[in-house]
Design a protein around this ligand. Structure first.
Ligand SMILES: NC(=O)c1ccc[n+]([C@@H]2O[C@H](COP(=O)([O-])OP(=O)(O)OC[C@H]3O[C@@H](n4cnc5c(N)ncnc54)[C@H](O)[C@@H]3O)[C@@H](O)[C@H]2O)c1
Ligand SMILES: O=C(O)C(=O)C[C@@H](O)[C@H](O)[C@H](O)COP(=O)(O)O
Ligand SMILES: [Zn+2]
Length: 389
């Protein structure tokens, strides 16, 4: 493992083969570029977009050191008119109104204009926050995503959902704002702590569970290699995930009723409620909540007769096998995750309609469906039973 501040210059890493995944959104079409060493090659990779512009990098403060140094050096070697960097606190507790306001004010103090290009450099927190800053500053600035966590590389940097948390729940204030490009440097994950890798892996497994049984089977064979850092396995998992997400987003950019994008919320109806209850304090990471949320969604699917117990069990076994927690009680045994409190949070989910909770459930492993016909008593009974277990 490479530490963040070991002095190694990421510009020194040779750029390997690069794969391109297109997000096909007509006039807002963009490319996701995946390869080793792309941060140090950002000047070349972004040359067509930089073109004499003022760049404002919004970076996770935890990346100060080698990764940010490498990006800064590459951007300063580009044709940018000027490069400024604003850092913002690491972790979920930083995805707030306060940080959003602070970043907007600091960016405005730099003398930005409508040609300023925002560069989001960090995990999903910084991507969502910087994306929302870009969506709203001067009513919309171009932005680039350079994701540095597994979660951000496979999910949050793609698709244009940006936003912040509120005391009422996750991502309740935000905007759809697509990036102009996504630059995925697979080597930056070498410094990511295992807990964060695992949390990101939950979103990788999600793509298999919701729509691609073949990919899920591949993950059963190679998931541990993805987490351990095998370069080929990791790259395959990232590219396959980006392809899956790009396809869904291209077909349903804004999560319309009846569209497919809501499927990407598998595990999130329960997961976001768990995160809200945990208080965004780092005790429960987004991906960790999604893993438990997917297991609860699978069990609810079995309970209503939509999915076989074997498939639900297989999903749980795989998440368990790679090292993710799958049971409510394993999250924090001292906390009471009561059904009432969880259901109250779930009614505030953005998918809810007219007071009805909308779930993403499984018909089978690899086949998910959005369900607005679930009696909340079924979810209550499931959650009550999980607690008693
Ligand atoms: N917009 C979307 O479509 C979407 C999709 C999924 C998740 N999300 C959001 O993403 C957020 C979670 O993102 P996350 O899991 O990336 O968490 P994160 O952004 O908090 O990053 C996790 C931690 O890793 C550190 N870190 C980042 N890169 C590193 C690196 N290369 N080496 C070492 N440490 C590094 C950060 O400082 C932070 O402490 C949640 O807020 C979630 O709601 C959004
Ligand atoms: O991109 C999407 O669409 C997703 O649902 C991806 C999720 O992994 C992500 O956590 C997203 O932010 C959740 O969406 P939200 O609309 O419930 O905030
Ligand atoms: Zn998610």
């Amino acid at each position: 493992m490479t530490s963040l501040n070991d002095g190694r210059h990421m510009n020194d890493i040779a750029v390997g083969d690069i794969e391109t995944v297109a997000v096909d959104l007509a006039d807002r079409r963009y490319d996701i570029r995946v390869g080793a060493g792309l941060i140090g090659a950002a000047d070349r990779e972004l040359a067509d977009l930089i073109d004499g512009r003022h760049l404002v990098v919004i970076a996770d403060e935890g990346l100060v050191g080698a990764p940010l140094g490498a990006l800064d050096a590459a951007l300063k070697a580009s044709t940018a008119r000027r490069v400024d960097t604003l850092t913002t606190p690491a972790g979920e507790s930083g995805k707030t109104f306060v940080q959003y306001q602070d970043l907007c004010e600091r960016a405005l103090a730099l003398g930005i204009d409508r040609r300023t290009l925002i560069v989001a450099f960090g995990g999903g927190v910084v991507g969502d926050l910087a994306g929302f800053v870009a969506a709203s500053l001067l009513r919309g600035l171009d932005f680039i995503q350079i994701p540095t966590t597994l979660l951000a590389q496979v999910d949050s940097s793609v698709g244009g959902k940006t936003g912040i948390n509120t005391r009422h729940g996750k991502n309740l204030v935000g905007a759809f704002h697509q990036p102009r490009r996504v630059l995925i440097d697979t080597t930056v994950l070498d410094s990511l702590p295992e807990r964060e890798l695992l949390a990101g892996y939950a979103e990788v497994a999600k793509y298999g569970a919701l729509g691609d049984r073949g990919f899920f089977e591949w993950l059963e064979q190679h998931g541990k290699a993805v987490i351990a850092g095998d370069p080929d396995a990791r790259r395959h998992a990232i590219v396959a995930s980006c392809r899956a997400k790009a396809e869904v987003v291209a077909g349903d950019e804004r999560e319309q009723a009846g569209g497919r994008r809501a499927l990407l919320n598998l595990g999130h109806t329960f997961g976001h409620a768990l995160e809200a209850m945990a208080g965004y304090d780092g005790s429960l990471l987004h991906g960790e909540a999604v893993a438990v949320g997917m297991v609860l969604a699978a069990r609810l699917s079995v309970r209503i007769g939509a999915c076989s117990g074997q498939d639900a069990e297989r999903l749980t076994r795989h998440l368990d096998a790679v090292g993710l927690r799958t049971e409510l009680d394993a999250l924090d045994p001292t906390r009471s995750w009561t059904a009432d409190a969880l259901l109250a949070h779930m009614t505030k989910d953005k998918k809810a309609r007219d007071g009805r909770i909308v779930f993403v459930l499984l018909d089978a492993l690899g086949e998910a469906r959005v369900r607005d016909d679930i009696d909340p008593a079924q979810a209550r009974a499931l959650l009550t039973r999980q607690q008693a277990a």
